[in-house]
Write a protein that binds this ligand. Structure first.
Ligand code: KIV
Length: 281
């Protein structure tokens, strides 16, 4: 990727009938590979709380932590469209907080946009952030920050009434100025109805194929997070297996003194060694 991806580029991809590829990313080396692979968008998600820090939910992670991850990803992937994920309590308390925290992702970490969870109930906050010149992706459907209220990590919009509420949410977000909406765990036919009722970009994670772009969590697709793999994930590699083999082999080599070999060690010249032995310096 030799040119920075912009919002017009994303719309251009849709016009050309090309689906946008989007992955989460949290660190420098992975971001380098994601950009090399041509992934157009990276989300530094609050999912880092779970897949990087081992928490059981996304709630504990803070703005400061996510900002540092965004900086690392930006260094590794200077041209991808980088989105910072607003963590729990960074935007729910007041619109002023929300604009300030969204601005931090842009100003301190070089993000191109922010993402936040919620529809109708968060629309005024979205408008305030957009009015500050910050591009926003809305996130509806299964919104992990409110999973307790949703009764767990469940598919959303499975009955007519809740599906209609999702359409209302999408419309409210579009009216508030988002350039894109992410649908998480929504039946394919409901995703299609949402997409048909708005004109901004529609992304999906577990939302079927009727969307403009697909998002997955990098740890899930490479098999690096072993606690839980959602049904909508396709696993492309088993990096955990590769790492585990390497770790076992390393341990075995250390225990049996096969490591280090002479080629892994440093030398001192005979002259310097003799000087040292004779204290001749
Ligand atoms: O934090 C994240 O990775 C997300 C996705 C699960 C949508 O918000």
């Amino acid at each position: 990727m030799d040119k920075k991806v912009t919002i017009p580029d994303l719309y251009e991809l849709r016009r050309n009938g090309e689906i946008i590829s989007w992955l989460t990313g949290y660190d420098y080396p992975t971001a380098v590979l994601e950009e090399q692979a041509g992934i157009e968008m990276i989300l530094v998600g609050d999912s880092a709380s779970m897949v990087v820090y081992g928490n059981s939910s996304t709630l504990p992670i803070t703005m400061d932590t996510l900002i540092e991850h965004c900086k690392a990803v930006r260094r590794g992937a200077p041209n991808v469209f980088l989105i910072g994920d607003m963590p729990f309590l960074s935007y729910q308390v007041s619109a002023t907080d929300a604009v300030y925290n969204a601005g931090r992702f842009m100003k301190e970490a070089g993000c191109d946009a922010i993402k936040l969870e919620g529809g109708v109930r968060i629309a005024e906050t979205v408008r305030a952030i957009v009015n500050a010149g910050i591009p926003v992706v809305g996130h509806i459907g299964l919104t992990p920050q409110s999973s307790s209220m949703l009764g767990g990590f469940k598919v959303q919009g499975k009955d007519a009434e809740s599906a209609k509420l999702l359409i209302d949410d999408a419309r409210a977000l579009e009216k508030a100025g988002v350039f894109g909406i992410l649908l998480e765990c929504v039946p394919t036919k409901v995703s299609k109805m949402i997409k048909d009722s708005i004109s901004c970009l529609v992304f999906g994670i577990g939302a079927g194929d009727a969307v403009d772009g697909q998002l997955l969590i990098i740890h899930d697709i490479i098999g690096l997070y072993q606690c839980f793999t959602p049904k909508f994930v396709k696993q492309y590699a088993n990096v955990s297996g590769v790492i585990l083999d390497a770790l076992k082999n390393y341990r075995g080599d250390v225990k049996t003194r096969k490591f280090p070999e002479p080629k892994h060690a440093f030398t001192i010249s005979e002259i310097e060694l003799n000087k040292l032995l004779n204290r001749d310096f």
